[in-house]
Structure formats: C-alpha cells, structure tokens
Design a protein around this ligand. Structure first.
Ligand code: EPU
Length: 418
C-alpha cells in the first residue's frame, strides 16, 4: 500500500494550479444521467472518486469518452441498468447521488444504502424523505434503497440539518418532476450552486440559486451541453494553509477567492498577508508569526468543515491557545491523535479541540484516517523535524490531484513509496 514520505522542515515558494472541484464534479457527473444528449465536461480533476463515478456511470450503460484535452464526454441517452452496486457505493458514499436523477428520468433506481464512515454516521434520511414527498415509493431491501415512481411530483420540502448532497439529490430529482418543488433550508455551498447552474444550462428552471430556498419548475427533458467545473476551494485552501504553517509565500492560481471568504478571513486573523489578483490568491507568511484563531465549522458561507483539520495544524504551531469546534460531523477529529504523536498539544472535549501551541513538531510514522485528515498530516510533516511517513494515503488520492507533484514543485521534500 502506498505511503507518503516527507522530510521536514521545508520552506515552500511558488505557484500551485488549483484543480477542478471534486465535490462539484461528482454531482455534475451524476446529473449527466438526466440529459438526453451528449454532455462535455472540462476541469474535471483526476481523482480516485472521479474514476469510481465514471465506472459507476459506465456500469449503467453511459458512454464515456475522454478527448485529447482530457475533457469528458458522457452520453446517457440509453441506459442498460439503473443500479448502483454495493461494491462501488462502499468505496464512495457520493454514489447515492444517482438516486435522484435515475428516479426522475426512469422512474426506478436501486442504490446500495451507504454505511457510516470514519467521520460520522452520515445518514441519508433527508434524501429519502424528500423523494417520498415527491411521490416515490421507497423500500430498503437487503441493504439496497429500492425506489419507484411513475413521474415525480413537485413538493414543498424543508431539510434539517442543511445537507449538501441531500440538496443536490433532491434538486436533480425536482428538475424533471411535474410542477413546482421548493427546497427550503437548502445548502448554499458553491458546489451546489455549480450543479444548479449546470442543470439550468441543460434546460432546467431553477431559481433562488445561491440562496437557502431553491424553487424548481419541472421540465419534460434536459439536453446535453458543454460545462466547465468550478475550482476546488478546499484544495486551494489546503495549499494556502501549507504556506501558513511553513512560514512561506505561496500563490494558488485558477482559484476563486469569493468561495473562500470565511477561510481567507481566518488566515488574516492568523497573521498571514493575503493578496487576491483575479484568479490568483497569495498567502505570505514570511517573517510573520502564526497567531491562534478560534474556529467553528458551519454550513457555507461560514467556515467549512473540510478546512477544519488544516487549521488544527496551524493552531498547533501558533503561540497561544485556541479552540476548534466541529458542528457538522460527530467524529472529525481523528487527525488529532496522530498530530499528538508528532508533538502537538491538543485535547478533544466533546466536539471541540482545545489546542495549546507548541514551538515545533517532530516527524513520526502516522496514519491517514480520512481525506482532509490526510491533508493535515502532510501540512504537519512539512514543518516537522525529520521524516514523517504517512500510511493509508488512498484517502488523499480520493480528493487531491497530483498532491506530491504539486507540493514537490513548490519545494517540499515529498515522495511516494510502497
Ligand atoms: N445529514 C443527515 N441526514 C441526511 C443527510 C445529512 O442527518 O440525510 C447530516 C450529516 O450526518 C451531517 C450533516 O447533515 O451531520 C451535513 O452533512 P452533508 O449531507 O452536508 O454532507 P455530505 O453531503 O455527505 C458533503 C461533502 C463533504 C463535506 C460535507 C459538508 C460531497 C461529495 N461531500 O458531504 O466532503 O464535508 O458536504 O460540507 O460533496 C470531503 O470532500 O472530504 C467531504 C467529506
């Protein structure tokens, strides 16, 4: 099994090109199931979760082609299966996103019920209850969600708590439903907005995009289009956090600073100098001292849970104490015990990490437990004295494109070993 080996401490410098957003690309790929003609997608990142999604769509009969510029063409005009099997769903929970489109376009779907995962139990009750409100008949049989509907009907659906993929699934179902669907307390994450813009470009009638109330007027069919996926705000934020912990200056390019407002504010509060110039964001920490910042994760536009682990590392090295409160997932502090093994002084009480900054970290063998936890271990390793070996890095390959190449290019001593 692959490992990442990092020799610290490293000083970083230069530019990193941000890839397309994983969490926008996934629902948009699934939404291709709704189109009656060919869709061409660009800025799709090369990641394990994307390969899994393409495998899933291909297993249903979607024709998938890569052109010479690595754009992806998907033709879902004829499907041979409406099933998402356990073997694929167990490797990627986002497979649940085929449920809404399949039910809306074909009136049937069989999708393995995702289990819990390292960061929490992550139920999908809101996805199911919303589809039932739209007239679907849903049973769980032998671990599968078996759903049927003649034609889905518009409904007034209120979601609690705010759910990103729940909003996306119901949005994809609503675009082909008969009548008006209102989704209340909808997620406002840029990835949800990108999906809604994509659906409208295909012919859907969604209003209220970017707000917490989405109103969808169902249409009879959607047509294929060309679409460019938004940049990955979490990948951008992760490289900026790497500059912050190493006292370096790094620019991320092809980024969208508007999607990172709450994160950039926290970087500034932590003592970094941030400069935004069109699609470039520079974080300059040279000669500056990291200050502790209190963090509380919340739905967009507030501070994202997917940047929590990276800020735990920054706080672990800041002079002073801080708290990081996780309100989205019940078990998203598994990186803390690994950071403690590297010399960090952190205690977790309930959903809050209490952090006392230390002067430095020391390299150690550590284990990645989930995607963002693995990113935070790389950040810790970049500043730690000596060698850190991170195992179970399949987690990181799910969400960060060419991570060792990108870090190597800006000066990190990092390589992959097995
Ligand atoms: N929830 C329910 N019932 C539901 C759905 C969600 O109770 O039916 C709860 C969850 O248990 C959680 C909260 O609602 O406590 C929010 O979860 P959400 O549904 O928003 O999470 P998700 O859609 O499963 C997406 C991202 C995550 C990201 C979260 C929060 C994708 C594919 N995944 O997950 O990304 O952390 O939103 O922003 O979009 C990652 O990229 O590393 C990652 C985990």
């Amino acid at each position: 099994m692959d490992k990442l080996v990092i020799d610290g401490p490293c000083q970083l410098a230069g530019k990193v090109r941000v890839s397309g957003a994983k969490n926008a690309a996934l629902p948009i790929l699934m939404a291709c199931l709704l189109a009656e003609s060919k869709v061409t997608l660009s800025n799709i990142p090369h990641l394990k979760d994307i390969t899994t999604t393409i495998q899933l769509l291909a297993s249903m009969g979607v024709d998938v082609l890569f052109d010479e510029k690595l754009n992806i063409e998907l033709d879902a005009s004829v499907l041979t299966s409406k099933e998402a099997p356990y073997d694929l769903v167990k490797t990627m929970r986002a497979s649940i996103l085929v449920l809404g489109p399949l039910l809306a376009r074909y009136g049937e779907a069989k999708v393995s019920l995702p289990g819990g995962c390292a960061i929490g139990s992550r139920p999908v009750n809101i996805h199911i209850e919303g589809l039932e409100k739209m007239g679907a008949n849903i049973r769980v049989e032998q671990g599968y969600i078996v759903a049927k509907a003649s034609r889905l009907k518009g409904a007034d659906i209120s979601m609690e708590p705010v759910t990103v993929t729940g909003t996306e699934n119901l949005l994809m179902a609503a675009v082909l439903a008969e009548g008006i669907t209102t989704l209340r307390n909808a997620a406002k994450e840029p990835e949800v907005t990108d999906l809604a813009e994509f659906l409208n470009k295909m012919g859907a009638k969604i209003s209220g995009i970017g707000t917490d109330t989405l109103v969808v007027k169902g249409v009879k069919s959607l047509q294929g289009i060309k679409y460019d996926v938004i940049p990955d705000r979490i990948e951008a934020g992760t490289y900026l956090a790497a500059a912050a912990v190493t006292g370096s200056k790094v620019t991320v390019t092809h980024a969208n600073a508007e999607h990172l407002t709450s994160v950039l504010e926290k970087f500034e509060e932590a003592g970094a100098k941030i400069t935004v110039d069109s699609d470039k964001i520079t974080l300059d920490m040279i000669g500056r001292t990291l200050k502790p910042v209190n963090i509380r994760t919340d739905p967009y536009p507030l501070f994202p849970t997917d940047m929590q682990a990276q800020f735990v590392v920054m706080n672990a090295l800041a002079s002073g104490s801080s708290t990081v409160e996780e309100t989205i997932f019940e078990n998203r502090f598994m990186h803390v015990s690994e950071l403690v093994r590297m010399g960090a002084n952190i205690q977790v009480e309930g959903n809050t990490a209490i952090i006392e900054g230390v002067a430095g970290l020391i390299g150690a063998p550590v284990m990645a437990t989930d995607l963002r936890a693995s990113a935070c271990l790389i950040l810790a390793a970049l500043i730690a004295e000596g060698e850190t070996v991170i195992s179970r890095i399949y987690h990181i390959d799910r969400g960060y494109e060419l991570i060792e190449e990108k870090f190597h290019k800006i000066g990190a001593h990092i390589y992959r070993a097995n």
